[in-house]
Design a protein. Structure first.
Length: 664
């Protein structure tokens, strides 16, 4: 064997495994090497997780009673600043790290902070002491200002390393608290930028979760491409009730009043509160709902033990009310009968919460189940019995859901068969299916992201339209092995929901829906996701595409408001045509939709999902063999494993892109 096979004479071979192969990562280097371990990846969701980490620290100060105001400012250069008027990060020397202030230790050392015991915070979202240090590690420039004891201190960092010692800037007699300014590192996040609309919603949701805080939002107007305001102040005395009322809008519900309340638990033996539970629940009649779970102001999208407590309280309460009014069928009510379609928000504050991972998507603290059920059960009983008409209206609504569930279970023949005919029909958990069993007239919308998925679920026709949200960009099947394709969960969910099999086993006669609609954001990322999905269908289910079952949704880019009326434009040309035509001479407000998640359900329904108003593009394959071969060659070149083909395509077509841009 040649010596240079593994790098030349003297190079270490794969068989060599000794102490020199063992790396020891120090300081914040593990964060930069493996950011996914700390923030879940390096995508847009992970980027905005950095903002959440800093904002959560400020919220912890507010919840602890030390801060009343938080300011969130997005400036040029993708720089985010979050400040509070709390106690300020300690700046005195740390006893275990000679020569370093407590501030520098917190910013540069994993698992350091004031939230490991109950001394500084009774309840908090920070648990592991990694949040602010991770933000520091993944930022190219971080500046911390602390105002304590009428003095102002400042220190700067880059990629986790201090650029100098902590400085005493001077007197600050009228200032207190912490200000964190940071710019995410392009080496980690590349071209990704903070989205003003997403940060605006994050700031507003935090204000809903704690009525005692005022949050001020400010953004450089040049960064805003939609109707997100450049400045706003959030303070909601009604907490979650205010949030739910806004989210319900004018929708009719099963009860005129929604179920809301708050329960504070007494102090424990150490003088600290055992916890607090706040909730708001409504049951819309004509649309699907959504669920929002929080712990110590941290969103937990996957629910958890606090969710289990709420489900138990509602189920037992509605069953007991049914027995009280003599409704014998009430004993058969299941949790999904009362939870299905409800609009629900639950927020808990508990000491030392436990989450499934650092991204805190799911609460696992066992005591949360008991606390939530104990807090809600009596309140729900009173909600039902204080007004018997209200209680009976909700019971009737739940019994209708139960009857629908039982009818589906008792049907002996399932018209929409899967490729595994004869076995029990299994569907992915994230799929929100339609109620019709006949595939004729039904549609499956494949939607980018949970936010857009939530809007689509509320906007859909429940009888004929099903929603399957996918998380970000799916696997590129054109450059992946069969084993990797089969192991991918997003693709497995797609195949399972569609039900017609893949490749040689693909049989469109077993298709569970008449139309498959790809619905993504009208931006570059959305186009990329749509391209990856079309590649999947072309390679894995070509017969489905050939028969014309695949479509692309066409959400509008613009909303134009004039005289209280709204019209929509698909693109720039349509916008200009409206302004030069029907809206000529009128005062027009133009807003640009950055993504589907920024549309409310009514807008999404009337522009993109309502068959009577929307536009769809049908994706098909040519009938002639030669033309189909040309399509396959194009897909292989642009989506395959050889990047040189993509580079050649860009070089060949770059001039045309320039001409299009100039013409536009």
């Amino acid at each position: 064997m040649s010596d240079d096979l593994f790098g030349g004479q003297g190079a270490r071979t794969p068989e060599t495994y000794d102490a020199s192969a063992i790396e020891v990562l120090e300081g914040l280097e593990p964060v930069r090497r493996r950011p996914g371990m700390y923030i879940g990846g390096t995508d847009e969701r992970a980027l905005h997780h950095l903002a959440s980490e800093v904002l959560d620290n400020a919220m912890d100060e507010a919840v602890a009673g030390h801060a009343t105001r938080i300011e969130v400012t997005l400036g040029a250069g993708n720089r985010l600043t979050i400040s509070d008027n709390g106690r300020g990060i300690p700046v005195d020397p740390h006893p275990k790290f000679p020569g370093k202030s407590a501030l520098e230790v917190i910013l540069t050392t994993l698992h350091s902070g004031g939230k490991f015991s109950d001394k500084a915070y009774a309840t908090s979202g920070g648990l592991h002491g990694v949040g602010i240090s991770v933000v520091n590690a993944l930022s190219v420039d971080t500046e911390i200002e602390v105002a304590r004891a009428r003095e102002l201190y400042r220190q700067r960092f880059s990629r986790g390393l201090p650029l100098g010692p902590l400085e005493k800037v001077g007197a600050a007699p009228n200032r207190r608290g912490t200000t964190v300014s940071f710019t995410p590192d392009i080496e980690i996040f590349h071209e990704l930028k903070f989205k003003p609309a997403r940060l605006y919603r994050l700031a507003r949701s935090k204000a809903y979760l704690f009525a005692g805080v005022e949050i001020r939002w400010k953004c450089d107007p040049i960064l805003i491409t939609d109707d997100t305001p450049a400045e706003a102040v959030f303070q909601f005395p009604g907490g979650l009730s205010d949030h739910l009322r806004e989210q319900l809008g004018t929708r009719e519900c099963a009860t005129a009043e929604f179920f809301r309340g708050m329960q504070e638990f007494p102090e424990g033996p150490n003088g600290l509160s055992l916890g607090r539970v706040e909730w708001a629940v409504a049951w819309p009649l004509w649309s699907d709902g959504s669920t929002s779970w929080y712990c110590n102001t941290i969103p937990t999208p996957d629910g958890g033990t606090h969710e289990a407590g709420l489900r138990a309280a509602l189920t037992r309460g509605i069953r007991a009310f049914g027995e009280l009014v003599g409704q014998k069928k009430a004993k058969d009510i299941q949790t999904d009968d009362i939870m299905s379609g409800c609009e629900l928000m639950l927020s808990v504050f508990i000491r030392d919460p436990q989450f499934q991972s650092q991204t805190k998507d799911r609460l696992t603290s066992p005591e949360a189940t008991r606390l939530v059920e104990a807090a809600m059960r009596d309140h729900f009983d009173h909600f039902l019995t204080d007004n018997m008409d209200r209680g009976k209206a909700l019971l009737g609504h739940v019994l209708e859901r139960m009857d629908e569930r039982l009818r589906r279970r008792q049907e002996k023949e399932i018209k929409r068969k899967t490729a595994t005919s004869g076995r029990r029909l299994r569907l992915p958990g994230k799929l929100t299916d339609c109620s019709s069993d006949d595939p004729e007239g039904t549609e499956l919308f494949i939607v980018e992201g949970d936010s857009a998925g939530g809007s689509a679920k509320q906007a859909r026709d429940r009888k004929t339209q099903a929603i399957l949200p996918i998380r970000g960009k799916i696997l590129n099947v054109a450059s992946a092995t069969s084993a990797k394709i089969l192991a991918n969960q997003e693709i497995a969910d797609l195949i399972q929901a569609i039900g017609c099999g893949t490749r040689k086993d693909c049989n469109p006669d077993n298709l569970r829906y008449e139309r498959i609609v790809i619905m993504t954001d009208a931006d570059v990322d959305g186009a990329h996701i749509a391209t990856l999905l079309m590649t999947f269908f072309f390679q894995e289910m070509p017969e489905l595409v050939k028969r014309g079952h695949l479509y692309l949704a066409q959400p509008p880019l613009y909303r134009l408001v004039s005289g209280g009326k709204s019209v929509y434009a698909a693109d720039d040309a349509a916008r200009e045509a409206l302004i030069a035509g029907p809206l000529r001479g009128k005062k027009v407000e133009v807003s640009r939709f950055k993504g589907l998640g920024e549309m409310n359900p009514q807008q999404l329904r009337e522009t993109t999902m309502d068959p009577g108003k929307r536009s769809l593009i049908r994706i098909t394959l040519p009938q002639e063999y030669e033309e189909r071969a040309g399509v396959k060659d194009l897909v292989d070149r642009l989506m395959g494993t050889n990047p040189a083909h993509r580079f050649a395509f860009i070089q060949e077509n770059a001039a045309q892109v320039d001409e299009d841009v100039i013409d536009a």
